[in-house]
Design a protein. Structure first.
Length: 491
């Protein structure tokens, strides 16, 4: 309903330049009104809630207008938030993660700090268009009056927390790491990044807090309108990816490989090694630690293409090819990229025999194994570059994790046991876990001790005894061949 009023598609407005993507901030406010009213009508007992937390799409930003804080602290419970907050935003269309219109601002920021790697060393990522700092710089340059009229800038997550708190909520370290502004080592705003982005930004952003912080009790608006207890605590909200990590209860040394339309790798690195690829964020469940995230565009759709070309469109025939071929594929290695990837920026199919000689084709069965081994070698090589080292557990999720033959290859290439987890709504589950943890975190209770009785992932594959012997040299070859393709792409 709110989407049709705001005329969004998929919740966003794609602007004429096809690079700018925004969402009307009042649509989000209205969505919360609708959700809360629906829960009330269904008889949800809000008085039982002891604490709450939540997550928001990463990188999006909300610009509160001068004077909005006064409104936010005095909300009349007889009216909807949407009515009350109509006039509280200096920028009514919030930039969101799909936006890629701030290339100039990214270049400026990298030049100001001394290069992309230095920016990654400070903030955990090189400059990305969707990252909030670059979006803020663009608002400052293109809409200076609106910027001047701004009292506070928050992320989608801390904005949502503010609605429950009835006051501006702090940006948490973990979601704050998706801005190209936070120094992930000191967990303070980086002065050089702030100065290169916009004036007086420190004041506009407020002080960032650990992701486990209790912000305060819920606002009296929610007590009177919905029947929450006055003692219900609001725990810092965070980004959807960090909340997902909490939902998966990813531990140090674990890696999650999500095999969906795109493949995503989440990890809890042992060493802090920011790189030009991937992202490092402060960890949402332990503020001294970190998490890393890598995105691979060529995931299931590429697996489907090879399934169609080599296995008659059948996952069963595809799986049989994996069972019939040997670990290491007799030295054959393949790279399959339908579209230019993020990690690494390669396109097309590239096949190499055991002598590293490029060949034009493989037999269908060799092709299937080359694809799956190649994809998982890539996941491992790039995860290691971001600090992954010990092989404790691989947690597998997403559509292809239901295929036991694919999962066996994953286990062999990573030389680690693979567990599957149901992560449907993992960001919501993670928010519930964080709401439980926040109030006891200060007294030193660890997230994992508190949740030790939550359901455990299921062991589905263990590595073949020869796995390391086969894949250690192949991983080295894979790295070399990938570099060779990259060199060729550049020339
Ligand atoms: P999304 O990223 O859209 O949430 P999912 O995690 O639901 O995607 O994964 C969907 C993908 O799972 C499909 O594109 C399909 O290729 C893949 N998939 C489903 N079943 C199998 C299977 N048995 N073997 C391999 N891949 C599968």
């Amino acid at each position: 309903m709110s989407a049709s009023v705001h005329r969004t598609q998929g919740g966003v407005h794609l602007h004429e330049d096809r690079l700018t993507v925004t969402s009307p901030v009042l649509m989000w406010v209205k969505a919360l009104d609708l959700l809360m009213d629906k829960m009330k009508r269904k008889g949800f007992n809000f008085s039982m809630v002891r604490s709450l937390s939540g997550s928001g799409q990463q990188h999006g930003s909300v610009f509160w207008k001068r004077g909005a804080r006064v409104t936010l602290t005095q909300l009349d419970p007889s009216r909807t938030l949407h009515q009350l907050l109509q006039d509280c935003f200096s920028v009514s269309d919030s930039p969101v993660w799909m936006d890629s219109s701030s290339s100039q601002q990214c270049e400026n920021l990298q030049a100001a700090v001394g290069g992309a790697q230095i920016l990654a060393d400070i903030t955990g990522s090189r400059a990305y268009e969707r990252f909030t700092g670059n979006q803020i710089a663009k608002v400052h340059q293109r809409q200076p009056e609106k910027f001047q009229n701004t009292e506070r800038i928050l992320l989608v997550s801390s904005f949502a927390a503010s609605l429950f708190l009835g006051d501006y909520a702090a940006i948490d370290y973990s979601d704050g790491s998706g801005m190209n502004l936070l120094d992930i080592r000191t967990r303070c705003w980086s002065q050089i990044c702030l100065d290169s982005t916009a004036p007086d930004l420190e004041q506009l952003l407020g002080v960032p807090l650990p992701s486990t912080s209790v912000l305060g009790p819920i606002s009296s608006y929610f007590v009177h309108r919905y029947g929450f207890s006055e003692s219900c605590s609001v725990v810092t909200f965070t980004g959807d990816n960090p909340a997902s990590l909490a939902g998966m209860r990813l531990q140090q040394g674990d890696v999650t490989v999500s095999l969906g339309t795109s493949d995503t790798v989440f990890l809890w690195p042992q060493q802090l090694k920011p790189s030009l690829e991937g992202h490092i964020f402060c960890n949402p469940v332990d503020c001294q630690e970190y998490m890393a995230l890598l995105c691979f565009k060529n995931g299931s759709l590429t697996r489907e293409r090879i399934r169609n070309q080599c296995a008659g469109g059948s996952w069963e025939v595809f799986s049989a090819a994996l069972r019939k071929t040997q670990l290491g594929n007799n030295g054959n290695i393949g790279f399959y990229f339908d579209i230019v990837d993020i990690t690494p920026p390669i396109e097309g199919d590239h096949r190499f025999d055991s002598d590293d000689t490029e060949v034009s084709s493989f037999s269908p069965e060799v092709e299937v194994r080359a694809l799956v081994e190649g994809q998982f070698m890539s996941r491992r090589v790039h995860a290691e570059r971001l600090g992954y080292s010990t092989r404790t557990r691989v947690l597998a999720t997403g559509g292809a994790s239901s295929n036991s033959d694919i999962i066996q290859v994953l286990s062999d290439v990573f030389n680690a046991p693979v567990f599957t987890i149901d992560v449907s709504n993992s960001a919501c589950l993670g928010s519930a876990y964080r709401a439980l943890h926040g109030p006891v975190a200060e007294s030193g209770v660890s997230f994992f001790d508190l949740l030790k009785n939550a359901p455990e992932p299921q062991l589905v594959a263990t590595p073949h005894s020869a796995a390391e012997q086969v894949y250690a040299p192949m991983l080295k070859r894979y790295t070399r061949l990938e570099e060779r393709i990259l060199q060729k792409t550049r020339t």
